[in-house]
Structure formats: C-alpha cells, structure tokens
Write a protein that binds this ligand. Structure first.
Ligand SMILES: [Fe+2]
Length: 224
C-alpha cells in the first residue's frame, strides 16, 4: 500500500469517529514527531501493539479487501502476569461499503463485533471443522446476548448499537452493506495476537508492504 493512502484512511477514521461522537485515546492523534520523545513509560502501548493498523491483506485493492483499525487497549498474548498485563482488547475500525475483511477465525480469542455507528454491518459466519474448513452444520451464537441459530454461511446484519459474539473457531468475514454508508465498527475481545491467533481461510498477508510515497502522519503498529 502507498503511505499516502494509509495516511488518508487513518484520517478518515478519525473524522468519522469524531462525527459519531466516539472519542479516541490520546495516542491516536500522535504524529511520528510526537512519538519520538515517548520513553519507556509508553512501552506498554508499543509492546501490546496498540495503535494504528491498516491492511489490504496483500490484495492491492484496499477499497474492496482491506481494513483500517485502531487498537485502543490490549494485553500480552503470552498470558504472563506482569504489572501492565490485561486480559482484554478493544479496537475501533472503519469498514466501507462492500469492503471485505476476509474469512478467518481465531484459535483463542473470543470477540464481540459491534456496530458503533454509520451504516449496516454484515457478518457472514460458519463454524470451523476439525480440519479448519467451513462446516456445513448449523450452529448457535450470541447476538446482543441472545442465542440465535445460524445456518452455515448465515449473514448477520448489525445496525448501529448491535453486536455479535464470535467464539474461537467461528469463521467470520464482514463488510458494510451497499447503500448504507461506512460503518464505525468496534471490537471488544480477549487479548489480540495477530502473530499466532488468526487462521485465514485463504492465504492473505496480514500486514501490507508499504511504498513510502509521502511522510507518515501516523505510525502503524508495524512501524514501532
Ligand atoms: Fe476476527
């Protein structure tokens, strides 16, 4: 991805969050210059990979296969009991109409995906089989705390305020429905570990190669 596009989509998330009245943590607004004097007291942010994350999953087509997100809080995936450990993670994401986050599940993470405002978010879901394929079985999951029955490949529509829970080994993909507008989507989960915990159905690159065509306005977690 070009750095200019990364800069642009981060600014857009900041703008939409502001419009929706969703306040972001201070480090969301820090420039690379702001980061420079931040000493070891700020290592928790860096080490738990809080901050900006923009990916096109290696597609070269961010608009249709990609995601911009901010990890606002997270713990260490090693489960250690250090003084700055947390057992939870929270993210905020901006999802465009028909911009797909490709099919994946998590081995350990349980997550709620939440529509925080904007258009309609659609989540398509399957149970994973033992051999990590998409199961053709019905299964149950929680939507806003209520049990619902899901046929394989069920599409769950979330309007602002609504949420769905994905337990481990639940395949999911999501996008904003056509004609409804971009969605400010939240995620509240157990600790996030992009290195070990993601199982994408198809081969994707979780972090993009970056073409430095302009100066970064925000650091990505992969820039720390
Ligand atoms: Fe996920």
């Amino acid at each position: 991805m070009k750095r200019s596009q990364i800069n642009r989509v981060i600014d857009e998330l900041i703008e939409v969050a502001d419009r929706e009245g969703f306040k972001l943590p201070p480090f969301a607004g820090w420039s690379p210059e702001d980061w420079k004097p931040k000493d070891a007291h700020y290592d928790h942010i860096r080490r738990t990979k809080c901050g900006w994350d923009v990916t096109d999953y290696g597609s070269g087509d961010f608009r249709h296969k990609g995601l911009v997100l901010l990890t606002m809080r997270n713990g260490y995936p090693d489960g250690s009991d250090r003084p700055d450990q947390k057992s939870f993670c929270e993210k905020i994401m901006l999802v465009d109409e028909q911009q797909v986050t490709p099919t994946h599940f998590h081995h350990r993470k349980t997550e709620d995906i939440i529509n925080r405002g904007g258009g309609r978010l659609v989540c398509k879901v399957w149970k994973a089989t033992e051999d990590e394929k998409r199961s053709d079985e019905h299964f149950e999951l929680l939507k806003d705390g209520a049990v619902i029955d899901c046929p394989p490949g069920a599409e769950i529509a979330l309007d602002p305020g609504e949420s769905v829970t994905f337990r481990p080994r639940t395949y999911h993909e999501f996008w904003a429905a056509k004609g409804t507008g971009k969605v400010l989507a939240g995620e509240v989960s157990s600790v996030n570990d992009d290195e070990q915990d993601n199982r994408f159905l198809d081969d994707v690159a979780r972090f993009p190669d970056i073409e430095e065509d302009e100066a970064p306005r925000h650091l990505l977690v992969s820039d720390y």
